[in-house]
Structure formats: structure tokens, C-alpha cells
Design a protein around this ligand. Structure first.
Ligand code: KE4
Length: 428
């Protein structure tokens, strides 16, 4: 569906005041040769743009909207808090409630700190790891994206890679001098890195299931190998579960794959659509965080009462209802349908999925690490994206992103998506 006149006018006005007309480059649609459409509202699994066009939504806010747009229990909890105030600059009981909900679902987290974004969560977790170990270097995986803190914005996935260079301008050599890189799903390369930097590596930070190259699952034994290696080397294992937390299982990827990290980063779903992040883990590690320890980290909006109300309500629904079973079934249905559509249209591609995170890659695959996402795949995705949007299906605007299914999607929505995909693939 081409950008409609109201949306185009909105885009022109936005572009005068904001780079790319957006407040995050991941929404800019530059890499898919399109203008972003401006959204007026979301209802359940659907988005409506400013011209009244409706779309089945697989962006889901880039992950938070696991219950769909406008869930009544989440809205009711927020409305109740609005009448009591927005921000106090003082602690509230609800923050402890949210912390207890996270701890109940994610046993590796004994103590935690709320922040306001995934970037803050990973940035802070890295500082804690360095403060706890006294070591400076850390390892990130090529193609993983952990937000836009300087030290982490190296060979990053998601929107960073769409710029053509995964390293951002403005990040100084000093800021990344201690950032070590390794290819995903390659234990030998990781072992070699530790051997070359004995006693100097504070942590590995990793997306336990990558969403920011598109969906790339860990190979069998990979996460276990990282766990053993970090333990042997006195380094911390940090799981960035900003995307996978409460998504691929109630307890995240660490529950799904049975791995216990030392620190975990959260975001997205724990805010239920409102800006929340968190980091937490071992009590001894979190003991270095101010005011108990010497690692400083702070934030005006950390634990904001309205955001926390949305987060608690969201996690309560996820604990009570069998949402993850439903999402697994819908994900499997969509995966099978996309595979069949590729076969029926003769388009070369694969589909990679973990739970309700899914990505079709226009390459023969498998995609196990960053360089497996071929230039050809990246080149073919834009026409598919535009074809799907024209048929009323809103996808994340990049081959390097995961699609998300919400509990508001149903079999009819999945089947409609598969039909749109079949038509869009046939038109490639
Ligand atoms: P935020 O600062 O955007 O809340 O979180 C950063 C982040 C950290 N870790 C992981 C695994 C993430 O996926 C993210 C953010 N994800 C991107 C989309 N892949 C957010 C979209 C955007 O940047 O606008």
C-alpha cells in the first residue's frame, strides 16, 4: 500500500524537524525503499494509519506488544495510576511488585534495577560486569544489537547495520578499545579470544536468540559452551533478553535453553509498551550497584509508576493465561505457511523461528551468523516488504529484524498473512 496523502504530508512535516522524520532509524524504511506510514491507532493485532488504512501488525512496537494493542487490563492499570500521579522521584511499592514478577519468572535474577530502555539496561549491565570483575575488555557478537551505547555500537545489527556500516560515526576509538568481537555460533573463535586475552575479559554479552540479524537461534551446545567458558575464565555471562525476555518463554531464552547467566537485561515486554528496561542477576554481582556499591547508575524515569503499572499488568496476564502455548502454535502455522509460499512461488528462501519471533530470509541458508545474511537476501527483502504493506501486512522494515506475533493474532490473521506473502513472493 503506497504511503497515502495524509501520511505523506505527516512525513514531510516530521522530516523538517526530525532526522529521517522518525525518532528511531529502525522505523525510517530507508533500507526498504519506502516512506514510513504514520500510525493513528492500534487495536489488537491491527494498526490503523492516518488515512484509515489498516494493517496486520508484525512489528508489535518491535516486540513489547505481546498482548496486542489496547489490552484492557493493561490500560485499566495505567488509568488507575494516572489518577494517583505520574512521577514522584521516590520509590513506590509497585516497583517491588514488578521486580518480584521478574524474579518469579526468571530464577537467575535475584536482585535487579529498573531503568527506562534496553540501551540503559545493557549499558548498565556492562558497567556492572566491569566493576565486579575489575576487568575492562568484553566480548559482543557480530550482528547482535544491544542498543546504542558507544561501546556496544560495533558490528551491531538491527537499524545500525542498515546504515551500511555497523559502526556508528561519532563513536571514538577510545570508546571501543575494549570491545572484542566474535562471530555468533562459533565456540572455537570465542575460546581463541579468551586465550588471546587471559584474565582481561569481564564478560560476554549476547542475544541468546538473535533477533537483530533476523532470527538466528543458537546452535545446540553453543550457549552451554559459553557458560562453561565464562565460568572457567572468571568472566560474567550477560544475556541480553530485551527481545527474548518473556517472549520465547515466560522465563525467556534462559528458560527455553536451560542456561543460567550471571546477568540478564530486559526491556520491551516488561514495560507492556511503556518505556522500561531492567538488568539483574546474581546478588553478589548486583551488590556493586550504587548506593550499595561503587558502580553508579541512575535515572529520573527509572521505575516510573505509570510504566510500572503497564509492566505489572502485562506480566500478570502472561503468568495467568497460556499465551506462550498459543504463540508457539501461531508461530508454527506462520512458519509452515511462509515455507509453503516460497516453495509454491519458486522463491529461494528459508524461515527461521523461535516461538513467536520469526524471520524469512531470502537466501538458501541456514543463517547461523552475521555474514550468512547475504547481500542478495538484503537486496530482495525491500520488494517483499512493500508488497506485504500494500496488501495490509506491516512488517519490520529490514531483513535484519524479527517479526513478532501477539496474543491478539489468530489463525485467520496468520492465514491472511500467508496469502499476502504468497502474492508478494509471486510478484518479486
Ligand atoms: P532500546 O534502547 O531500543 O529499548 O533497546 C535496545 C535493545 C537492546 N537489546 C536488544 C536485543 C534489542 O533488540 C534492542 C532494541 N531492538 C530494536 C529492534 N531490533 C529496537 C527498535 C529501534 O531501535 O527503534
Amino acid at each position: 500500500m503506497p504511503p497515502t496523502t495524509e501520511s505523506h504530508r505527516a512525513f514531510e512535516a516530521a522530516s523538517r524537524r526530525m532526522p529521517g522524520g522518525v525518532n528511531s532509524p529502525a522505523r525510517a524504511c530507508l533500507s526498504v525503499g519506502a516512506e514510513p506510514v504514520f500510525i493513528k491507532s492500534g487495536e489488537g493485532a491491527w494498526l490503523t494509519d492516518v488515512d484509515g488504512n489498516r494493517y496486520l501488525d508484525y512489528v508489535c512496537g518491535f516486540g513489547p506488544m505481546i498482548l496486542g494493542h489496547g489490552h484492557p487490563e493493561v490500560l485499566a492499570a495505567m488509568h488507575a495510576q494516572l489518577d494517583r500521579g505520574l512521577s514522584y522521584g521516590a520509590p513506590t511499592v509497585a516497583e517491588t511488585t514488578l521486580a518480584e514478577r521478574v524474579v518469579a519468572a526468571v530464577p537467575s535474577v535475584d536482585r535487579m534495577r529498573l531503568v527506562s530502555s534496553g540501551t540503559e539496561a545493557t549499558m548498565s549491565a556492562l558497567r556492572v560486569a566491569r566493576g565486579f570483575t575489575g576487568r575492562h575488555k568484553f566480548v559482543k557478537l557480530e550482528g547482535c544489537y544491544h542498543g546504542h551505547a558507544d561501546a556496544l555500537l560495533v558490528k551491531a545489527g538491527s537499524g545500525a547495520v542498515n546504515l551500511g556500516t555497523p559502526n556508528s560515526a561519532g563513536v571514538t576509538p577510545g570508546a571501543v578499545q575494549d570491545t572484542l568481537l566474535a562471530p555468533y555460533n562459533d565456540l572455537d573463535a570465542m575460546r581463541a579470544l579468551f586465550a588471546a586475552n587471559p584474565g582481561e575479559i569481564a564478560a560476554i554479552i549476547i542475544e541468546p536468540v538473535v533477533g537483530n540479524m533476523g532470527v538466528v537461534p543458537p546452535l545446540p551446545g553453543y550457549l552451554e559452551g559459553l557458560r562453561e567458558l565464562t565460568r572457567a575464565e572468571g568472566a560474567l555471562l550477560i544475556f541480553d533478553e530485551v527481545m527474548t525476555g518473556f517472549r520465547v518463554a515466560l522465563g525467556g531464552a534462559q528458560e527455553r535453553f536451560g542456561i543460567t547467566p550471571d546477568l540478564t537485561c530486559f526491556g520491551k515486554i516488561i514495560g507492556g509498551g511503556m518505556p522500561i528496561g531492567a538488568y539483574g542477576g546474581r546478588a553478589d554481582v548486583m551488590g556493586v550497584v550504587a548506593p550499595e556499591g561503587g558502580v553508579y547508575q541512575a535515572g529520573t524515569n527509572s521505575g516510573n509508576p505509570v510504566c510500572v503499572a503497564a509492566g505489572v499488568a502485562t506480566l500478570d496476564v502472561l503468568r495467568r493465561d497460556p499465551v506462550h502455548d498459543r504463540l508457539e502454535a501461531l508461530g508454527a502455522r506462520l512458519e509452515a505457511g511462509l515455507v509453503a509460499a516460497m516453495q509454491q512461488t519458486g522463491v529461494q528462501g528459508i524461515v527461521q523461528r523461535v516461538g513467536s519471533m520469526i524471520t524469512p530470509f531470502f537466501t538458501e541458508g541456514p543463517v547461523r551468523r552475521f555474514e550468512d545474511v547475504t547481500a542478495d537476501a538484503v537486496a530482495r527483502f525491500p520488494r517483499f516488504f512493500r508488497g506485504m504493506r500494500e496488501r495490509g501486512v506491516m512488517l519490520p522494515p529490514s531483513q535484519y529484524e524479527a517479526w513478532f506475533i501477539s496474543a491478539a493474532h489468530d489463525e485467520a490473521a496468520i492465514d491472511r498473512t500467508i496469502e499476502a506473502a504468497r502474492e508478494s513472493l509471486a510478484a518479486l
